[in-house]
Design a protein around this ligand. Sequence first.
Ligand SMILES: NC(=O)c1ccc[n+]([C@@H]2O[C@H](COP(=O)([O-])OP(=O)(O)OC[C@H]3O[C@@H](n4cnc5c(N)ncnc54)[C@H](O)[C@@H]3O)[C@@H](O)[C@H]2O)c1
Ligand SMILES: O=C(O)C(=O)C[C@@H](O)[C@H](O)[C@H](O)COP(=O)(O)O
Length: 529
Amino acid sequence: MMGAGKTRVGKEVAHIMDLPFADADVEIQHDIGMGIPEFFEREGEPAFRKVEADLIADMLEDFDGIFSLGGGAPMTPSTQCALAEYIDRGGRVVYLDADPAEAMERANRGGGRPMLNGDADARWKKLYKERDPVFRRVANVRVRTRGQTPQMAARKVMDMIRERMVHVTGSGIEPYDVRIGEGTMNHLPDVLGEGVARVALIHTQPVQRHSDHARTLLRQAGYTVSDIVVPDAEAGKTVDVANGVWRRLGDEGFTRSDAIVGLGGGAATDLAGFIAATWMRGIRYVNCPTSLLAMVDASTGGKTGINTEAGKNLVGSFYTPAGVLADMRTLATLPNDIFIEGLGEVAKSGFIMDPEILRILEDHASELRSFDGAMFLDSGLKDVVAELIEHTVGVKAYHVSADLKEAGLREFLNYGHTLGHAIEKLEHFRWRHGNAVAVGCVYAAELSHLLGYIDQDLVDYHRSLLDSLGLPTSWNNGSWSDVLALMHRDKKARGNKLRFVVLESVGHPIHLEDPPADAVEEAFRRIQQ
Ligand SMILES: NC(=O)c1ccc[n+]([C@@H]2O[C@H](COP(=O)([O-])OP(=O)(O)OC[C@H]3O[C@@H](n4cnc5c(N)ncnc54)[C@H](O)[C@@H]3O)[C@@H](O)[C@H]2O)c1
Ligand SMILES: O=C(O)C(=O)C[C@@H](O)[C@H](O)[C@H](O)COP(=O)(O)O
């Protein structure tokens, strides 16, 4: 909006990011050879908008830097299309959302604004009403600047435009974004939206520091927050815990217009999503993953659920979050072993789809293996991890977008999980999920090899890569009959037939229906060594 500080803040952002800055109004005046008020007077608004739209389209093609648009520009349909294409090419369109009183005061101060002729405040308010919904729609970054100096606002803009983003869409999915970067939790109020009054913040005790931060953000934005601490890790994914949370929501009067925020590792986000899916048959929820595994996998895609006596994740639903905020600052407190566990799901995504993930893992194996949260944010590893998260969420989004309810393609994300879930259950969940998946991937590779799909080299590659990352590649703590019984309860099984995901090559998974019993058992013998 006029007076929001686009030029002032834009210049500041360009300065701190060492980028060129351009202002659409200055460029236009240069092109038309006169001031904008004069051009408005002589040619009228439609002629001005045409000149403006053409210039913006050219700049979005050719200019690399920070570009400030006039407040009316995004109202022109051709500019809306140009901005959408710019976003598709990886661009960031920032809506600088200022406090109306501050913006009106600044807009009136400067003068020379043809759109504010007459009663300037009334005109400003009318324009705001028309433009605000459009600005929200065309921008992929919204920065609230209430009470902030231009320098503070510029820092906020910079953090936000440096974020990585993966868009998740598809049939049956209300589109949402996974935002990855430092400070992405600041988006919580935007993602929750204005229709929500109460928020249940569901988290575990080890992430208290991060939930305190989230609670502050939520309270500052005006939400009534219920802080709900659930038992840690798999102990939280039970029907008793879910029942306790439902009771709290009932006691505190949660209605359909309220929301859940799930904050923590994958167990906490699985539980929070399940509560959101079931409370009043479904309320809005946002995930704030704080472990690597939850960032790359659990928080996205809408698989929510709890465990039962019969096995892992056997009760749940497909229920999509309104957004995922992977705030890399939370990784500063993550213990090394839990970080490494997350690499199990990262490697899985490399094996089934994205060789670039495998290349990054190979190139940085020893740094990743020595992950130290306390040093992380000031280290070069931060960008490597951000890239791994973006790639891995990209793999997840690809499968989920095409097949939300896991009719076929999405099952490929389950590579390594048929045995992995059985190991977790037989180990009474003392084995971490990502570690069990790592062994499960070696098992699936062995099975692929036994049936002639891949050669021994690729099986060996599974072992050497996972081992270089500090992940386990063997397991020898359970009987074959127990393992087999649990694999029959896997959700991919049909009737009494086992189904697996195996590989034909890196990036080419296939379904394997009812494989020969001796191969299934022999692959197990091979991971016991
Ligand atoms: N829904 C899905 O699509 C999906 C995908 C993959 C895994 N999962 C599920 O996710 C779970 C595994 O997730 P996980 O590996 O995050 O385990 P987890 O949730 O058990 O978290 C591991 C431990 O790390 C702690 N922790 C998390 N973030 C921390 C931080 N920043 N600082 C300090 N401690 C932190 C947790 O409190 C916990 O003690 C499993 O239940 C698995 O089934 C779900
Ligand atoms: O999103 C999916 O689909 C997956 O299979 C991702 C897995 O990495 C994840 O562990 C998931 O929780 C497993 O789901 P399940 O259906 O096998 O319980």
